[in-house]
Design a protein around this ligand. Sequence first.
Ligand code: ATP
Length: 144
Amino acid sequence: MKEISAGGVVYRKREGKLELQLIQDRYGKISLPKGKMEPGETIEETALREIWEETGIRGRIVSKLDTIHYQYALPQTGTVDKEVHYYLVEAETGDLQAQIEEIRSVDWFSPQEAWVKQKGSGYDNNDHILLKACEELGIQPDQQ
Ligand code: ATP
């Protein structure tokens, strides 16, 4: 079975400083907001809708970051081949609020804090997504 999801690295500027959003997913890992594509949607629309639903933030797409692939097993359907499309997204409006049916929590972090959290409790295949977002934003979180 194939599953396609989309989401992103969401950022905002606070008093001249950049902050990045990270979530704790329902499995307890640090990750990025994302969710499954629905019929009739473009992949960009999926990313923005899922970010809004899961975190309360409405944003705009700045650029495409990358697509990751992984597999996981479901008891009934067997192996799921998952594809997740990630975008760099600038937060525009909304109040941060985790949709607790989907994720455990969401918060803003400095790029350095976000990188430490990602390295400590994130999925390895999201490392380069976060680094690419930082690169596009002109920051080097792993060298400070
Ligand atoms: P979606 O947010 O797309 O609706 P979901 O919550 O149904 O997704 P996933 O987040 O893909 O499903 O999680 C399914 C399984 O895959 C879980 O065991 C989860 O820990 C694992 N998983 C989630 N993200 C990743 C990843 N980036 N790399 C590897 N495994 C992951």
